[in-house]
Write a protein that binds this ligand. Sequence first.
Ligand code: GCU
Length: 683
Amino acid sequence: LGRRTVAVLLPEQPAAREPTWDTVLREADRATSAHGGVLLRTLDPQVTGADPLDGPVRGPAPDIVLASTSALTGSHWRPRAASEPLTSPLPRDAFREVRVPGRTIVVATTGSGLLAGLHHLVRQGESVVTDGPGAASDTTHAPALPIRMLDHWDNLGPHPVMGQVERGYAGGSLFFSDGAVREDLSRVAEYARLLGSVGVNRVAVNNVNVHALEARLLTDGLADVARLADVFRAHGIRLHLSVSFAAPMLVGGLPTADPDDPDVRRWWADATAKVYAAVPDFGGYVVKADSEGQPGPFAYGRDHADGANLLARALAPFGGTVFWRAFVYDHRQDWRDRSTDRARAAHDCFAPLDGKFDDNVVLQVKHGPMDFQAREPVSPVLAAMPHTRLAVELQATQEYTGQQRHVCHLHPWWHEILAFRPWGAGRSVADVVAGSALAPGGGVVAVSNVGDDPFWTGHPLAQANLYAFGRLAWDPTLSPERVLAEWAGLAFPGATERVRSTLLDVLGDSWHTYEQYTAPLGVGFMVRPGHHYGPDVDGYEYTPWGTYHFADRDGVGVDRTRATGTGFTGQYPAPWRDVYESPDSCPDELLLFFHHVPYAHVLHSGSTVIQHIYDSRAAGAARVEQMAAAWSELDGAIPAGVFEEVAARLAEQVRSAREWRDQVSAYFFRKSGVPDASGRAIC
Ligand code: GCU
């Protein structure tokens, strides 16, 4: 907030104080004292006997006032710009920003609202207070989505195959070390501050694949879980645990986990009551059930509503929520079986259950029907369950988008997903997860890309994805360009115009670039099995995972039509069910997701499928070379550590993009026998 005088007015009674009020004071102090500003903590209109907004006050007049609506009760503050009294209560997390010439006032009813307002001011830099006649305004800011959550896939200790953080590319866990919660949580406190500053309000700290040790966090680990919850609470963030559906057996010693068994119900009720005794504002559970080997209700002949409601009923008395994942499919499929389609699985399993979930169940749906690819259609589940609270799940950790060795700025992709209109017109995905009259919203969840790495995210530029997630969860309509510019300004304070424009250049279209050199036209995968890094076109082709491209000598792609394929297109409402059904209307970027077409098929772009494969692989790899060259110009212009780390990762991205280009091009040349019309040499 610079060299400014900031006044903070908070409720007097300790009972009315939330932990976030103290954080507001600390943050306001941090934002002023470091820059030669002044923080007034006790400015009270009754004490000063004057209206500090319009008239003279004792002591320095504040440039910025941060006040809770309750602290203002009894005062008659009403700056001319304010459309209604400053004491009017506001919804949770919301804040009001009233500007008069030379002064900016932020009021909120809750601590988390005021904290959001303070961070909003900090983001504005010099323009936080404006002068001149046009400076008067009164704006209420509120998050579009009620739930803005990050899921960590952290294990307590190293996992033999996955490492400590499953699909983690930023070192070990921030929370856990040596099989327990860390003693020193000072870095977690900095992380909570980062998340709070962009409006994230829930965090799940452990992996959705719950192994034996982690299953005990729910019971033996509670004192430590409470320590973590304290750290997040200060920034308005509620803590969640991933739990095993088989916990009654794994940690409770019962012979079954059947949702219909009274002992099982009692066990969950007792275990949950103990969690709330330790963490009174515990957010609830995250559950991956009947998925990739995790236990679930199918073992007892029950459905997923039975399973989710079992946990929901244990949480309901305490105000907790179950985040029940819709990522359920057969991962032991026979690749010869052309009738089973993994893309269909979530809709087949969950759509018939619409209306059967309790009010405190959120169904957490991956954004696409497959698995976080660089391009997929939006999951049809998001349009099929009007009576269910739905959340959309994104993947900030770059499992399939370059594993934080490649620059891949995901906000443009997430923006497209949230702006997608499942009915062609009317409500968007963002509207669906914001809630309706039929079901409250479940919000947006992302799998975190953070670890104990010094840059938090491994690749320093991957921080932009974390930042973008928080900002889009608050306001999905914000443009990726604006948020990226905002991030660049905050992450590189005082940077020159050249540095800023290079950052925007390198990050801006990097998702499209990544899409260009990897699997073509929405077909997906083609990655190395297991770790999923780098190209392997047939790596998953004859496996049980359901992720095939069906390339042969004549063509490529998956026929998911109703007419001749798996019928997946029929899971969409109109108009998409028809748009996707025909190769004539299917968008190019999704063509091979929905159709098996000959290599000579002509795209809307005018190119053939085979020539598009050659051209876009080459263009993508060439663009990465340009990105690396642009970055090299920043030597000496930004901190050396960041420069070198990004330069090293860009060198790997150049190598990897060439490898993708050459393997994918060679593969399709050998399958099709069609030469590259531009004469490029293909091995
Ligand atoms: C992907 C990922 C797994 C993860 C799973 C999930 O399949 O590879 O590591 O467990 O998604 O979302 O549950």
